[in-house]
Design a binder for this molecule. Sequence first.
Ligand code: SF4
Length: 270
Amino acid sequence: MDRSYRTPKAWLTKTSGFLQGYDYSLNPYVGCTFACSYCYVRKMPVALFHKGEWGDWVDIKQGVKETFSNELVRAKKRGRVHLFMSSSTDPYQPVEVEEKVTRSLLEVMADNPPDFLFVQTRSPLVTRDVDILQQLGKRVRVSLTIETDLESVRKAFAPKAPPIQGRKRALHALYQAGIPTQLTVAPILPSSDRFAESYVSIADQVCIDTFELGDGANGKRSRALRMPERLTELGYETWYEEAALEKVHRQFCAHFDESRVKLSQEGFLP
Ligand code: SF4
């Protein structure tokens, strides 16, 4: 893995498009070594104009204590601060164990909380920070993405991302610690009929999203990544269709209160 360090001019990036309800996105890293095959960031400038294959490199942002605290103070003076962490990297990818950029950002936010913080990850490492997340109370929601309950499917699409059982245990631990939690099934990958039932008591809400709705380009990026072909190769061609969304949505609504099962953008609202 190619690792480099940089001091960002700004930590907070004004949001637009998909991130409705948010004022800024916050990315502790550039790049992501989970390297999910369907990751739409692969087709964004941040990846297209960087040297090396997506997943082989990560740029580590430095200077949290020196610059982020002041930037947060200034942002709060300007108005509402709803933060989305992270939109184009995983804040708990493996390098975070050593670098602790995400933890440092959270420490600053515990002292001076934003109005709302959405934490989006696929990694059980998020449980390391339970102590700080608890300090944020209802101002935070942690979303664990679990796209399928089938480990064979996870390995086919995201072999370097954490195994499903570890993510599930992490979601449970956060829920038990009283941290607002979300199970995010995005993008929907082929799953079993028993997916929903085992998550009922470990997530406050569910968000379901698809390749077409969730890649920020009406499916264009997912098609460029040949996701329909990949599903077909594996014998799952019907899972790219709208019917897959209906099927998974129905299954979750059978086990969760319908008001707690959100679709696409709605599920990421503060
Ligand atoms: S964890 Fe998220 S950012 Fe990282 S490769 Fe997977 S989809 Fe992309």
